[in-house]
Design a protein around this ligand. Sequence first.
Ligand code: SF4
Length: 735
Amino acid sequence: MKVKQIKRRTFLKMAAAAGAISILPIHFSLREFSRAAENSPIKRIPTLCNGCSNMCGMYVYVKNGRIWKTEGHPIHMKSRGRICARGHGMVIDVYNPDRVTQPMKRIGEMEFEPISWEQAFKEIGEKLNSVIEQYGGDSFVWMEHGVRGKHYADILLEFLGSPNYITHYATCFTSKTNVWPKMVGTNLYGDHENTKYMLFVGRNFAGGIIPNGMNQIVKAKEKGAKLVVVDPRHCELAILADEWIPIRPGTDLAFFLAIANTLITERLYDRQFVANYVEGFDEFWQANKLCTPEWAEEITDVPADKIRQTARDMAKAAPRAFLETGYHGLNAHYINSVQQAQMNVVINALLGNMFKKGGLLPSAEITLGSLDVEKPPEKEKGPRVDGAGEAGKYATVEAGRGIPQLVPQLVDEGKVKALFIYHYNPLRTGPDPEYQKKMKKADLVVSIPIDWNETSLYVADYILPESYFLERTERPLLCHGHITHPYPQVAWRQKVIEPVHDTRPLLDILKGIAAEIGAMEYFDFTVEQEAAAMIEPLGISLDRLKDAGCLEFPASVEEGMPKIRGNPALRTPSGKVEFSVGIYKVNGFSGVPRWIPPKVNPVHEDEFRLIHGKQPWHSHHVTSNNPYLMAITEDYNGTWIWMNRSRAEKLGIKNGDLITIESEKAKKQINVKVTELLHPDCVWVPSAYGGFSKKARTAYGVGLNYNDFLPAMVEPIAGSVMGQEVIVKVRKGGV
Ligand code: SF4
């Protein structure tokens, strides 16, 4: 561990008593600041956190033009008055000395020179024009973390004639968003607060925290609900659970098949729901009759009696019982992740819990308007360069998500020539950083980050720094996902302070480039104009949304399956829940979920599956350059890899020892935490560490990154990275 600057207790004291002092930049005079602050009023401004995809509502207090403190927004459905440690810690990164402070141009292997925005726009515009002229629009790719930039990226992509919009979701929940719309026609979420039984498999709500989600679980438990956690690791959520069932990693699918088998053979399933609202039950049952708990015990290492009891307990509580619908942990890690997601639908349908209180409910919806602006003329586009959604390639992968792990190879093959990478760091979050570095070969790579992340440092020709989330205003958002809330909400990220450095919001960055490539007329609007147009159908004023930050509307979620004239009316071909997905029947796959073993397995005494997960105070790598959150890491030996005690003893390894981890891709050292709280077949590493950008000084060289060990692979149906299909060899001592 090399993080030494701030101890957690100090951080907490500073945050509580003198938040403003703790965020002062190095060059700032404390005396001057105190004097100026004495008589300044404190302003409280509502905005949205950017610490993770929850985008919780928060109030930020500003005094004398500087961030003073923050707290959870009381209305926003994700925060309900609380934000997590990440949210508290992250606000101070606005003053982090490792931010990119103005546009940069590469002048050497690891060297950059600061340039003006005007020069950056001019040179990027010229290079982009030249690439498009020479190689066509299809040679341009826009990559980003999520969909925050999509609205503006779509304008640029249309203007250039490129279909290539790609997100990071292949490393996250891509199987879930592929499966649920096809089987159920929509996504559904657990009604935690009103349930009697929650089964969490491969999801750690207390690691990837949703503040109000945890609140809802605690309330349900106070009312007597049972919480069961199935996970190879005794994760943070397991601390709250009535029962922790350690499972062999990669075998959740077999566990699910055996749960379904018990529900069906013991006639515990909701037969009326299945008769009325399920299509393909017989096909599923014929394919999986033999998947008994005894069969699953061999595969999962979970006793058959335990599987049976879990199924019986759930059925008893149904329909106020659910199998949580999963996220990163259940949907991107294995060759069988799509079938896991399918089984998630099957089990919940067998419980008859869909559209029911205490079971699964849809998101509350409300329709927003849009700004009427000129759109680029539609251009004929070639096929997507990554093959997502293309017949004969990755036909079933969602084109709206894409396959980011193919991009380095596509650059290497000369199929991608220009690349914009927005709010995304594939060199840290994608498999095999050395392979990711191939992106540098493109004729033009533009990174739009906040800080000196690895992707910017190693592969970007130009770095265009975006303003921090507290320094920019964005389009309003509907609040939904992960948890249920019956009332639709609209929330707005607003600028809280003026930019500390010479940075710009994404819309202004794209305007600058658009002006150079002749596309300015399509970006001729402001974010305030967009916001006003979006909320216009809601009958509220922009001033009201500005003051409140988050507004709630009358309930839109009703219990009961959607019906039209008495017939099931889900947005699926039959209107029912479809257990068989016809378009999955390619390359030997079945339309119904069937057992598929993991792609790789540990065999020898020194071999383990490498698995990973979030810690409650980090958002994967996003927060690892934050000195305050890294101080918590130091207090808890947070970078150590976990190993089961019985396996460690066989290798002569003791708690705290330095060990060497090796796969075909990397060989690294790390200290080990020896524990009973992990399945013997795996080692577990937190996902926050292993930074290798020397300009992100707090994160640099701390801990391990699981991606260093992982080869770039593509799961054939949803396109995920299969992030845990990797076996490592472990031995005591350094290299
Ligand atoms: S869960 Fe935490 S990090 Fe994520 S948006 Fe909410 S407060 Fe921010």
